[in-house]
Ligand binder design. Sequence first.
Ligand SMILES: [Fe+2]
Ligand SMILES: [Fe+2]
Length: 250
Amino acid sequence: MVLIAQISDLHVGAFNFREEVLLEAINKINNLNPDLVIVTGDITNNGYYLEYLKAAEYLELIENPMMVVPGNHDARHVGNETFEEVLKHRRSTLTNDKNSLMVIGLDSSEPDLDYGKIGRAQQVWMEKKLEEAYKNNQYKVIALHHHIIPVPKTGRERNVLADAGDVLFSLIKGKADLVISGHKHVPHYWHLENTTFVTAGTVSSLKLRGKDINSFNTYNIQEDAIEIYLNEVQGKRRLMAKYENKCLQK
Ligand SMILES: [Fe+2]
Ligand SMILES: [Fe+2]
């Protein structure tokens, strides 16, 4: 069994950023002791250097192996360069202790733009990593900020990846098992072919839709099934979805 926690859209520096909620979420995650923690972007609100330093301080409180990918807000004000200085790689891979799972983290941000794009070079890199993980019988997780499939109740769609169709094709062809994103601050899941696409809510920003409250996702990846949980930071934990694990690795 592998347990992954996903937090997203911290928005450190925003007027509606709630520090106490982020600290509570990190505390809950540390208590869960997941194998990996994935942070899917918008860690800052404006990409400012000082926001990055503050965000890094919070992220250092996470006790388990972690991957961070940038969001559109992080790529403002040369934040794309600051990201590399403060947090290192904008795209990377991460495996669990047993090496049974590979997370492939992508940079979908474009400097000073809100829409997302993977780009041809990064897409080829992703395809190679998926192939490598497939050969190693690893469970394949893709992490990126922007959603690839539109999310309900998020108004007029204008922020899916500019190259969503091409990336989607590569993900299905490469037999990705799980694709996790943030960006819209709305938790949702889709299942297409054998791939599950999940978006997370915002963990610590008040930019919320309707009666949503701050949350993070956890993924319980078992031999026969994957369970996706929505964890409200100051509320309940509930099962969002459960799917059969079709990955070859058992
Ligand atoms: Fe966001
Ligand atoms: Fe975003």
